[in-house]
Ligand binder design. Structure first.
Ligand code: ZN
Length: 261
């Protein structure tokens, strides 16, 4: 069986913060969110690697990115540090078929906003309130084995209006104790690539230890996997016709090809 090659990328800064907050985060994610997810999502059909911002070439040199079928992305305070050239490479690979799973505050990452084409702004509030997640598309592959609804006891509120394009398939929708609602799990397609955004996952709560969240992310990886492999970068060919064209070309005497140069 060909294994799916998954790379879990984390900016990995909050887990190394000083003081009481850093202690709290390290208590939840001792080796970082990326390592927690890598062990939670481990399965016989997945070959999982991790990468972080502080590594050479920001964790994604060509030999890693070009051998990744599905990239998972967690970032928050260092979006602006991710080099534009890397964002270009990730975008090209997604458009060619690589899956992308964007987590929580990754809504503001350069790569997600690039692929969405919108600002991806939202409301937020951090008071540790309850979140109730509803599965609104139970027939979707990412919902397989996920209950109709489940509770995350403490979360950061992400609320509407969420400035994303409206071509996404809403798979999960959340209600918060403070009254807000949010499209918390949305699936997009961009050219050959599949993209899933999932909002629960704030660093100071043990959300990635939740079995329902893990189930959703495992499903998301498999849904986002390239269907027909990774395609070469698109070109714009001008092919010979496969059928005979009998209509006389009214401009045959003119050099229209020169307009394309
Ligand atoms: Zn957060």
């Amino acid at each position: 069986m060909e294994k799916l090659r998954v790379t879990i990328w984390n900016e990995f800064l909050h887990e190394q913060e000083q003081g009481a907050l850093g202690e709290l985060i390290r208590g939840i994610y001792p080796e970082g969110i990326h390592k927690c997810l890598a062990s939670a999502l481990a399965a016989p059909d997945l070959e999982i690697r991790t990468a972080t911002l502080g590594e050479p070439e920001q964790g994604l040199p060509p030999e890693v990115l070009d051998t990744t079928d599905v990239l998972m992305w967690w970032g928050h305070c260092a979006h602006s540090k991710v080099e534009d050239a890397l964002v270009d490479r990730i975008q090209a690979r997604v458009l060619s078929g690589m899956g992308l799973v964007v987590l929580h505050s990754g809504h503001m990452s350069k790569i997600f906003r690039r692929l969405m084409g919108t600002r991806c702004r939202l409301r937020w509030r951090e008071v540790g309130e309850k979140e109730r997640v509803w599965c609104v598309a139970p027939g979707h592959p990412i919902a397989k084995g996920v209950p109709e609804t489940f509770v995350i006891p403490h979360t950061e509120m992400y609320g509407e209006p969420f400035d994303i394009p409206d071509d996404g398939k809403i798979v999960f929708s959340s209600w918060y104790e403070g009254g807000n609602v949010f499209r918390s799990g949305v699936a997009f397609v961009r050219d050959q690539g599949r993209i899933f955004y999932f909002s629960p996952g704030h660093e100071t709560y043990p959300i990635y230890h939740d079995p329902n969240v893990q189930k959703i992310l495992g499903n998301a990886i498999r849904w986002a996997a390239p269907v027909n492999g990774i395609f070469p970068n698109r070109v714009t060919p001008s092919p010979e016709s496969v059928e005979e064209i009998r209509t006389p070309n009214p401009l045959a005497k003119l050099d229209t090809a020169s307009l394309h140069k």
